[in-house]
Design a protein around this ligand. Structure first.
Ligand SMILES: C[S@@+](CC[C@H](N)C(=O)[O-])C[C@H]1O[C@@H](n2cnc3c(N)ncnc32)[C@H](O)[C@@H]1O
Length: 579
């Protein structure tokens, strides 16, 4: 006979939790501490990998940080009923008991992997755990508001946590139960189901956590930083900011989950399940030292900028301090932009570079100074000296001191990689719009070549009126420029910058003649060295010599960089002095 299930009092009922699992109906949901439950042979057979279930367990430092903040913000809580709906090895649950935060009778966990659940939670006096799928088995309306405290580091990823292979019945149930997956706008039924199946599991768990908390109860949940920073999750942030009292967002170090094989940047969110009171302010901070995170100035929850960015790194006070230190009036770059575009995005077979980037003409091989397209590419590459050949400026062509077309793929003017709007004119600014090694390294240059060229799909063309392009290039490499680009580009996975973010960059209004002086200085001291370096690069390629091993080329580039760096330092001095 089945031993009686240990069920938390309140609206939970064992029979609403028990579900067929991998075709096996679990005989008992709760693994009460006094009853050891062994996995059935069928359960042993299921092929589970760490990746399937996203089993990246939380290190004790992060768990302690969460409980420390819970104590500070909400404590003392009196033996709260606590649950982790994706509890893994029970990092949060066991630590809650060790810290005397609550009692085993009030500590609950759900874990989808029955083998793990059975192995970890069969001990006496431990937390109570259920081997179940928290998303479908615990569909939120069945168990609303039963807990004082919900803690979680849920599985991350699109389609993680069993969503991808989910049957139609379960998927329909989730569609009715959860709201966030359908934001910002619901789609037609068939598309909706696909959307749900490939939806990031952590967002469904976030919603589950909130609904598990009683009104006025608290949630501490670790989420990927992208949820806080990425434009794609703006609807999730809007929902959070409108529906709950957001108490703290703390950035965790990238190394937090290193031991479990993950390098994701994450944030710890603390919230209270109640509408945000008027005037409520959110604590933002980042962990340097685990026991003393650096806390930044409080932000009103009603600040609309939190909709755009909720990642604490964005709110580091040094960014605003540098803007405040600017000695000149600041003007949005958008006021000077007449054209802002990137190159055509070309899809289809044979269009990729082979390095994971499907939107760039494939790298070409060189014979002498000619560019030959590899046979299998099927794209019409041509020799650059051919009349009308258009060079494509990709990230690799944008150097610190200028554009170098030596290795640029060349295509005919009617190629899909060329459009009228993407063709460059001398004086256009080229800015790689993503990537650690290009945008992240503040590679931006003024295009000057007299050869026909267009931007590739990963490079932005910025055409200006009323602002000297050489001044803009120098400014974007100066401290204030770099700091603004880093602020918006970081925290969103691969660094990238959108058109809106480019337009919103603030540029100090340096007098026109001083802007012109920067251009003259570039033309006099940097451009001759850069041009010489480009010539040598082409000659080495023509000879079949590897340019990277050429000392003269390296010296030329370094000297040019030195000259440009000195000019940029003067822009720094004029703009922010030495704060
Ligand atoms: C990232 S781990 C974190 C575990 C634990 N909360 C911690 O902090 O160490 C997520 C856990 O959720 C479990 N899991 C995945 N999908 C689940 C689901 N649908 N229901 C319940 N647990 C699930 C995984 O097996 C894994 O153990």
């Amino acid at each position: 006979m089945c031993p009686p299930a240990v069920v938390p009092h309140g609206p939970f009922r064992a029979d609403t939790w028990v579900r067929p699992y991998n075709g096996v109906r679990l005989r008992r949901t709760w693994l009460a501490s006094q009853h050891r439950l062994k996995p059935t042979p069928q359960q042993h057979r299921r092929p589970v990998t760490t990746e399937d279930y996203a089993q990246h367990f939380t290190p004790v430092e992060a768990v302690d940080l969460a409980y420390g903040l819970i104590d500070t913000l909400y404590g003392p809580l009196r033996s709260p009923r606590l649950i982790d709906p994706a509890c893994g090895e029970g990092a949060f649950l066991f630590r809650a008991l060790e810290r005397g935060l609550t009692s085993p009778q009030s500590t609950f966990g759900i874990e989808r992997d029955p083998e793990l659940a059975c192995r970890v939670f069969g001990r006496a006096n431990g937390p109570r755990a259920a081997a179940a799928d928290a998303l479908t088995g615990l569909a939120a309306p069945l168990a609303p508001g039963a807990f004082d405290l919900v803690v979680a580091n849920p599985p991350y990823g699109t389609g993680a946590a069993g969503l991808r292979g989910m049957g139609e019945r379960d998927a329909r149930r989730l569609m009715q139960t959860y709201a966030l997956w359908a934001l910002p706008r619901p789609s037609k039924a068939r598309i909706a189901m696909e959307r749900l199946r490939s939806y990031p599991a952590e967002v469904l768990f976030l919603e589950l956590c909130v609904s598990l908390a009683r009104p006025g109860g608290h949630v501490a949940v670790i989420l990927p930083e992208g949820i806080a920073a990425n434009a794609r999750y703006a609807a999730v942030r809007e929902w959070l900011l409108a529906h709950v009292q957001l108490d703290a967002v703390i950035g965790l170090p990238k190394s937090t989950f290193r031991r479990t094989g993950a390098a994701a940047k994450t944030v710890l969110l603390l919230l209270t399940r109640r509408p945000p009171p008027k005037g409520h302010r959110v604590r933002l901070g980042e962990v340097g030292e685990w026991d003393a995170p650096a806390m930044y100035p409080l932000r009103p929850q009603s600040d609309p900028r939190l909709l755009d960015r909720l990642d604490p790194a964005y709110w580091h006070p040094s960014f605003d301090a540098l803007l405040d230190a600017c000695r000149l009036p600041l003007v949005p770059l958008g006021d000077f932009i007449t054209d802002l575009t990137y190159g055509p995005i070309v899809t289809g077979r044979g269009q990729g570079t082979g390095d994971g980037d499907a939107n760039r003409p494939r790298a070409v091989s060189h014979v002498g100074a000619r560019f030959i397209a590899p046979d299998h590419v099927g794209a019409p590459f041509m020799a650059p000296e051919t009349r009308n050949a258009v060079a494509i400026v990709n990230q690799g062509q944008v150097g610190f001191c200028g554009v170098d077309l030596t290795e640029a793929p060349c295509v005919p003017p009617d190629s899909p990689w060329v459009s009228r709007r993407s063709m460059l004119r001398p004086g256009d600014v080229v800015l790689p719009r993503s990537g650690e090694g290009s945008l992240g390294k503040h590679r931006v240059a003024v295009f000057l070549a007299d050869q026909p060229a267009g931007v590739g799909s990963f490079v932005d063309l910025i055409r200006l009126q009323g602002l000297n392009p050489f001044y803009l290039a120098a400014f974007l490499k100066s401290r204030l420029g770099r700091s603004q680009v880093s602020r918006v580009a970081n925290g969103v996975g691969v660094p990238n910058i959108s058109f809106d973010e480019i337009r919103n960059l603030l540029v100090p209004q340096l007098p026109t003649e001083e802007q012109a002086a920067i251009e003259q200085r570039y033309r006099r001291t940097v451009l001759p060295l850069h041009t010489e370096a480009v010539r040598r690069h082409a000659a080495l390629r023509a000879r079949g010599t590897e340019p990277r091993s050429d000392g003269i080329l390296r010296d030329l580039r370094e000297t040019a960089e030195g000259q440009w760096t000195r000019a940029i330092a003067e822009v720094d001095a004029a703009v922010v002095g030495d704060p």
